[in-house]
Write a protein that binds this ligand. Sequence first.
Ligand SMILES: Cc1cc2nc3c(=O)[nH]c(=O)nc-3n(C[C@H](O)[C@H](O)[C@H](O)COP(=O)(O)OP(=O)(O)OC[C@H]3O[C@@H](n4cnc5c(N)ncnc54)[C@H](O)[C@@H]3O)c2cc1C
Length: 394
Amino acid sequence: MQVDPAPGPDPVLDSPERAALRDTLRRLVDTVSPAERIAALDEAEEFDVDLFAALGAAGVLAIGAPAAAGGAGDGRDQLVVVEELGAGPTSMAAFVIAHYAVTQVLAAYGHTPAHADLVDRLVAGATRCAFALSEPAGGTDVARVMRTRAVPDGDGWRLAGQKLWTSGAREAEAIVVLARTAPIEASPVHGVTMFLVPRDAPGVEVRTIDTFGIRGCSTCEVFLDDVALPADAVLGEVDRGMRQVFATINREGLNATAACLGVGRAALDLVTGYAREREVFGRPIGGFQGPQHGLVDGAVALESARSLMWRAAEVEVAGGDAGVLAAMAKLVASEAAVDLTLKGMQLMGGLGYTRAVAMGRLFRDVRLWSFSPLTNEMVRNRIGEQHLGLPRSY
Ligand SMILES: Cc1cc2nc3c(=O)[nH]c(=O)nc-3n(C[C@H](O)[C@H](O)[C@H](O)COP(=O)(O)OP(=O)(O)OC[C@H]3O[C@@H](n4cnc5c(N)ncnc54)[C@H](O)[C@@H]3O)c2cc1C
């Protein structure tokens, strides 16, 4: 039986609407962002503005946003979008994950007509925003080590500090910034507030970091030098910003899983095509048991992650706690995808070491989700504690 490595509509996982969405995404990527363009933009470290505009026009950027803001669909539809982008323009998958997170936060905690207007323009693809939580002193225990601070100043606030690894900040209209507003007392999670900071506000400086992967989306340092903000820059409640973003970070983890499934699928597609054709000692490489079993293990791991991911998504949509399932899915998917790209490069020999094929870029890109939004070590800690009931190990 010949298996299509890019799964078609799945009667269990893909509703007819989601199957149609998957088709739309595949067509859109094929037409607007074919492989040569993806490689060229990666090389030039440029964002794909044409693809972003096309995603906006197709309504893809509105998925998961409230209906009042022109949104449609839910987290399951986001998974379809991110997987399809992950399989091709992976940098756009990374950006869209951040876009969905920022839109969710602004829709939930924005409270002024200007915030509502920003959400409208985000879902239409007319503007872009960024989300800045991580800092130089650490991303994993960021609440404990957060140095960015905001202090009341008249009716407003003064913000100072530095953020690191902020996706898309270079091109953003505004940045959602988390800052400490009260000292750490019982829990570091308390006393952090979320602010909406215009990218061009006096005192804001953004510098691009030269990253190994996801080069089609800027990754930035954001310097905040005594930035004056009005009172209504606060999103949600003062001192409750960390709690407010937890749901967003969980959702980001699930979307990261979908991106890994896309990359893993693309890697498998590329390498199995090669292994069927390329011969050594008179036989296709894929006809040798060692390489074949390695690819089979990768395919099985990806499909296991897919099942976990969809189960988590269904639990989430039903209003349940999908945290552990989502953590398991992200762990399996990110490790399987990295492993497949490494195996893919090895199986392709010298060719796998060139930029003529996408395998190297897929490896560079997918490494991101081994440590982001949560590192796989912390993901294991969480599963150990919450699923197995073991003592907290950190
Ligand atoms: C391309 C890119 C885009 C990003 N985009 C964003 C963004 O838009 N917004 C944002 O806020 N952040 C973003 N990030 C940051 C990302 O979320 C962090 O890199 C991630 O949270 C890890 O933080 P860290 O890099 O500071 O690593 P650290 O927290 O310093 O961790 C380093 C290592 O120590 C390990 N470790 C830490 N604690 C434990 C423990 N208890 N047990 C075992 N091991 C442990 C970790 O698992 C990891 O392997 C981005 C990063 C990159 C590279």
